[in-house]
Every structure is written in structure tokens, then in C-alpha cells.
Design a protein around this ligand. Structure first.
Ligand SMILES: *Cc1c(COP(=O)(O)O)cnc(C)c1O
Length: 424
């Protein structure tokens, strides 16, 4: 049986690594080096020609040059990252933001239009509105619930149709788990592509991936990750990734070489270790989240739970998107507590085990208040539209015993003084 026939979780243990190149070490060592020795000047010349894409080296294997360009830990990590999404090539970065910024800068030029889904991760929102626009890129948002016709009409009526160059979506949306139809975005990208201009669809798959959603299979061209979250999974690294076909990722890697946004050898090594347990971690957290969501759903001090397992009940018009593109319900959920910021803060301040911190996807459960923390920068009007109110609390569920998570929530809820209904 060829090794490529194995499941991703099996391949994470050794794929892409040759022990004979490292004194027989079972695991890939950390190649903590900035530069690599050439065997001859001719070899150095050939490697540089290959690195800069000069012709005449077709079929030759590129050698190691300098750790901003290539490094064994980064390369083996990239070989493994691409497997989950079924991509041809992966690229690893120093952070999720550097993966996103490097990718957008690779394909966008002044005068181009970027269509994006709302809400986006705060850092991405800032990047596209304050940095891309500064470089002459126009950005236009749409939100979950807007159909293809409506979005296409908006592009055409505003005179942006011809200039559309990229679509960037994040689904499920943070923190409300609203879904964007990836296949619909792919159709829009195709409709607005011209013979000399491919409209590229990039999907930030941090929330569900790479286990519970594979956007390339739905027609995305590039999948992006904050590997800080589930891929790293232990709340101890900052890293990012991009996966797609060879042609597009090769272009992204070229930009990365000159921005210097690559991952370092030690973090690559940590991520290889994390990838070995990715699936069992994500599945354990998913099971826990289902228990926590069911508990919160019945709690008298909770008004509404935003959880993908409740898509039928919360968003029946989105259930078909869930069926089409999600392979699981994940472990992110939010809820509206009865009251407002005061009650939400009482809850957060009384948690004993669950940490009050932003970020997500780690082994430990985390809680935060989107309106005043991760989404405080979103204008109040937009926040209201997106249901990010003062009573919303976001939870990232970890891999503890679920009863411990629930008992912590229970004791914190007991401390919350919910306002009595007004007596008329
Ligand atoms: C955290 C996050 C990012 C940014 O990643 P960093 O690793 O913090 O740079 C981007 N997108 C989403 C959805 C995220 O949750």
C-alpha cells in the first residue's frame, strides 16, 4: 500500500521525514540553523537559480539554502499540513495574520477589489480596512444570509464587477457561528473571472479546520489558518498556514520569502508534534462542546446559544449550508446571558477553572466577552447587526472532562444576579 493511501492522522506521525538523513532519529530533529552549507559553488548557483525560478532545472530537487527560503522543519510541516485539506502544497507562516497578509498582498494590486464576508476576525478586518485600502485596494463586505443574486447585483451596481480580484471569507463566523456558503462564493468567483484575471477565493478555515471543514473541496482556491488555534492546539505558539494548488501557493511562498513571514524551525517542530494529536483533540473538544451547549440551552439565565449543533433551530435557512460543507459541529459556542455587560462580566469574573482569555482552539477551555474584547473595534451599529451584544459570551471548549467544565459554568452562573422582569 502506498503511504499516501493512509489517513491523515496516520500520516502525521512520519510523512515527509527520512530518518536516514538525520542519523536515524525516529523523529525529525529541530534544524535550528539560519543557513546551509553547499557542497560546491556550482551547487549553490543551481539552488539559487531554482529558488528564483530560472529555467533549466525542471525535475531537479531544490536544495537547502537559507532558513528564510527553506528549512527541513518548515518543509516537512508543510508536507503534512496540506494532507488534511487535500491540497497540492502548503506554506507555513509566523502567524495567522502573516499568512493572511502575505496571501492578500500576493494577489491584490492597486485598483483591485476585494469582496469579504462580515464579520471577520478583528485583525483581518483591520488589515483589509486600514492597510489594503492604503495601498489602493477597494474592499466590499457582505454578510451571511445575503444570496448570490444580491451579492452579484451589489458588485455590478457599484461598478466593481470588472475589478473584482479576490473573495475572502471566514466561516463559521466568529463569534456567532453564522455560515457562509463556500460553493456560492466559488460560483461568484468564476462568474467574475476573465480570461486574463482569475478571481481567487480564499477561506479562513481556522474555526473548523482542518478536521471539520475542507473548503478546497467546495471550490476554494486557498485555505488559510491561524495555526495558533486548533493546529497548534496548546495555547503556546503563534503560527499560520496556507494550503492550495501548486501554482498559487508557489506565488504566495515567493512573497513570503521577501516579506520574511515564514515560520521558524522550533515552532515548525512544535506544530508537527501538535498535528499528531489534532484529530483526537478536535473530536474530544467537539464532544465536550455538545454537552456544554445542551446544558446552557436549558439554563434559565441563558437566552440563546449560538452553536452549530443548533443550526436547525437557530438558522433553518442555513442548515443546508451546514450539511453541505461542515463535517462536524466544532467546539466554539457563544451565548446571550440574561441581562447585559454587568451580568456577562459577573459570569466571567466568577469562573474558576475556565480561563478568561481571548484566542481559541487550545486544550483548555477559554471564555471572553466579544463586545468589549475581540470585537470592541467593530462599530456599534455593525455589532448590533451581527448580534454581538453586551450580553454575548464566547466559549472555546477544551478537552477537560465535560463535567468539570459544566460545574465551573454552573457555579459561576449561580453568582450572576439576573435582573428581575420589570413590574408593570
Ligand atoms: C486568531 C485568528 C486569526 C489570526 O491569527 P494569529 O495566529 O493570531 O495571527 C485569523 N483568523 C481567525 C479566524 C482567528 O481566529
Amino acid at each position: 500500500m502506498k503511504q499516501t493511501a493512509f489517513s491523515p492522522e496516520t500520516q502525521m506521525l512520519g510523512y515527509g521525514y527520512k530518518p536516514e538523513l538525520s542519523e536515524g532519529a525516529v523523529k525529525c530533529p529541530i534544524f535550528q540553523t539560519s543557513t546551509f552549507v553547499f557542497r560546491s559553488a556550482e551547487e549553490g548557483k543551481a539552488f539559487f537559480e531554482m529558488a528564483y525560478g530560472k529555467p533549466g532545472h525542471e525535475g531537479e530537487e531544490m536544495g537547502l539554502i537559507y532558513s528564510r527560503i527553506n528549512n527541513p522543519d518548515m518543509e516537512i510541516l508543510e508536507e503534512r499540513l496540506k494532507i488534511w485539506d487535500g491540497g497540492e502544497m502548503g506554506a507555513a507562516f509566523s502567524s495567522g495574520m502573516s499568512a493572511i497578509a502575505t496571501t492578500l498582498f500576493t494577489f491584490l494590486s492597486p485598483g483591485d477589489v476585494l469582496l469579504y464576508s462580515n464579520p471577520l476576525y478583528g485583525g483581518t478586518h483591520k488589515f483589509i480596512h486600514h492597510i489594503l485600502t492604503h495601498f489602493g485596494v477597494e474592499v466590499i463586505g457582505f454578510h451571511a444570509g445575503q444570496g448570490r443574486r444580491e451579492i452579484e447585483k451589489m458588485l455590478v451596481d457599484s461598478g466593481h464587477a470588472k475589478k473584482l480580484k479576490m473573495i475572502f471569507v471566514e466561516t463559521p463566523a466568529n463569534p456567532t457561528n453564522d455560515l457562509i456558503d463556500i460553493e456560492m462564493c466559488h460560483t461568484i468567483a468564476r462568474r467574475f473571472s476573465l480570461p486574463h484575471k482569475q478571481v481567487i477565493l480564499a477561506v479562513d478555515n481556522t474555526y473548523m479546520g482542518p478536521v471539520f471543514q475542507h473548503p478546497l473541496k467546495q471550490g476554494a482556491d486557498i485555505v488559510l489558518y491561524s495555526a495558533t488555534k486548533y493546529i497548534g492546539g496548546h495555547s503556546d505558539v503563534i503560527a499560520g498556514a496556507a494550503v492550495g494548488n501548486k501554482e498559487l501557493i508557489t506565488q504566495v511562498k515567493k512573497t513570503r520569502t521577501f516579506f520574511g513571514t515564514m515560520i521558524d524551525p522550533h515552532t515548525s517542530w512544535l506544530l508537527m508534534r501538535s498535528l499528531e494529536t489534532l484529530k483526537i483533540r478536535m473530536e474530544a473538544a467537539e464532544r465536550n462542546a455538545a454537552e456544554v451547549a445542551a446544558y446552557l440551552d436549558k439554563h434559565p439565565k441563558v437566552e440563546k446559544v449560538y452553536y452549530l449543533g443548533f443550526v436547525e433551530k437557530n438558522n433553518p435557512e442555513q442548515a443546508y449550508i451546514f450539511e453541505k460543507q461542515c463535517l462536524g459541529t466544532g467546539s466554539m459556542l457563544s451565548f446571550d446571558i440574561r441581562g447585559g455587560e454587568k451580568e456577562a462580566f459577573q459570569f466571567l469574573n466568577h469562573l474558576r477553572h475556565i480561563k478568561l482569555a481571548v484566542s481559541l482552539g487550545g486544550t483548555e477551555s477559554l471564555a471572553e466577552h466579544p463586545a468589549s474584547m475581540t470585537h470592541s473595534d467593530v462599530p456599534a451599529e455593525e455589532r448590533a447587526e451581527l448580534h454581538i451584544s453586551d450580553k454575548l459570551v464566547r466559549l472555546s471548549i477544551g478537552i477537560e472532562h465535560f463535567r468539570d467544565i459544566i460545574s465551573d459554568i454552573e457555579q459561576a452562573m449561580e453568582k450572576v444576579e439576573v435582573p428581575l422582569p420589570a413590574i408593570l
